[in-house]
Design a protein around this ligand. Structure first.
Ligand SMILES: Cc1c2[nH]c(c1CCC(=O)O)Cc1[nH]c(c(CCC(=O)O)c1C)Cc1[nH]c(c(CCC(=O)O)c1C)Cc1[nH]c(c(C)c1CCC(=O)O)C2
Length: 341
């Protein structure tokens, strides 16, 4: 795997073009995803290794991307700790037993690896199918983002209850975050042990936090997780919405790659980071709704900006939306794969 474009770029080695993968590359924008989704629930798909492998392989086979990402969800850690998790169409994720009191926090288990064994099993099936062709990325949610779902009981626009706990009951918040961080490090090590070639930590909603709160309630737990990983030769990617602001702080947690949202000039932010840290990003996913001419022009604009930089992985600033035309995603991958610096 050391010679794959993705791993080389993640370790800031020279590549002839940027490698490409996209967050949410296996999902509802693909007709083939619906063929599976119409037969099984989302959690069944995650928990059945053969199905998780089938979905993981869709963008490998149909888009020819440079890295696969395990098909799962960031909320499986919250479920394993005791959250009553369900996903329903149009509603998104729900925890029926939200965590809001000290007793709720105390009730959460941190001895959960047995319950997540299905992920290790899925990784083994996927690696057999990939057969060394491209690397497989494992992932987990960051403690703050997972906490927000556990506390709110689902998705939230303003994270009101979560922030109220951070601000009024910081000790309880720290106990909750520390529990999630412990589980997350063990869970990522389980994935590494099972054979993933890289891991990404998703802190999707970090941008809701003020700088000091990000530092106290998010960053320090990500730092702790990264410090506890059995990294071997596996790159660690740190993603958050808000990385255009937080990246210099995120760098202190010592990831190999920081995934950048689309609010910032990618070269500017790269130049503000240690040379050894690669960047991943940062096309606005809405560009993939636009005309092909625009898609090509914006990708080339980004690549020209990053010409001569080691350590650049193409990705979107956030996940692919479910109604983006499949054909546009396929076209974007073709444009990227044809490019040479
Ligand atoms: C916040 C978050 C979640 N899950 C995830 C995040 C962080 C990434 C991000 O910020 O987008 C991470 C995630 N979720 C999923 C993956 C699979 C790998 C990939 O293709 O990137 C990954 C890496 C599949 C999924 N996770 C989910 C789906 C949709 C399930 C369905 O078919 O209904 C998929 C393919 C469900 C999910 N899971 C979550 C939400 C909010 C939803 C509902 C989203 C929606 O309805 O638009 C929580």
């Amino acid at each position: 795997m050391k010679d794959s474009l993705f791993i080389k770029a993640a370790f800031s080695e020279t590549t002839e073009r940027p490698p490409v993968w996209m967050m949410r590359q296996a999902g509802r924008f693909m007709p083939e995803y619906w063929e599976i989704k119409n037969k099984y629930s989302f959690l069944e798909m995650c928990k059945t290794p053969e199905l998780a492998a089938d979905v993981t392989m869709l963008p490998v086979d149909l888009l020819d991307i440079d890295a696969a990402i395990l098909f799962s969800d960031i909320l499986v850690t919250g479920e394993a700790m005791g959250g009553d998790l369900s996903f329903s169409q149009g509603v998104g994720p729900k925890f029926a037993n939200p965590v809001r009191t000290q007793a709720d926090v105390d009730n959460l288990s941190t001895d959960v690896l047995d319950k997540l064994q299905y992920v290790a099993d899925a990784i083994k099936v996927i690696q057999q199918r990939l057969n060394g062709k491209i690397p497989l990325i494992g992932f987990a949610g960051a403690p703050f983002t997972v906490m927000s779902y556990l506390v709110e009981g689902g998705s939230s626009k303003d994270f009101k209850l979560t922030k109220l706990i951070l601000h009024n009951e910081p000790e309880m918040a720290h106990q909750l975050l520390a529990k999630i961080a412990k589980v997350t490090a063990a869970y990522l090590n389980l994935q590494i042990e099972a054979g993933v070639n890289a891991v990404q930590i998703f802190d999707s909603w970090a941008q809701a936090l003020a700088w000091d709160d990000y530092k106290e309630f998010s960053h320090r737990y990500i730092q702790e997780i990264i410090a506890n990983l059995n990294r071997k030769d596996i790159p660690v990617i740190s993603f958050c919405k808000g990385s255009s602001v937080f990246a210099p702080l995120m760098a202190e947690a010592k990831p190999d790659v920081i995934s950048i949202d689309w609010n910032v000039d990618l070269l500017d932010i790269k130049n503000r980071l240690p040379k050894s840290i690669a960047v991943q990003g940062n096309l606005d996913p809405h560009i993939l709704y636009a005309d092909k001419k625009v898609i090509k022009e914006r990708i080339h604009r980004l690549f020209e900006r990053m010409r001569g930089q080691n350590g650049f992985i193409f990705n979107l600033g956030h996940g692919i939306m479910p109604d983006i035309p499949f054909d546009n995603v396929k076209y974007a991958v073709e444009v990227i794969k044809e490019y040479r610096y």
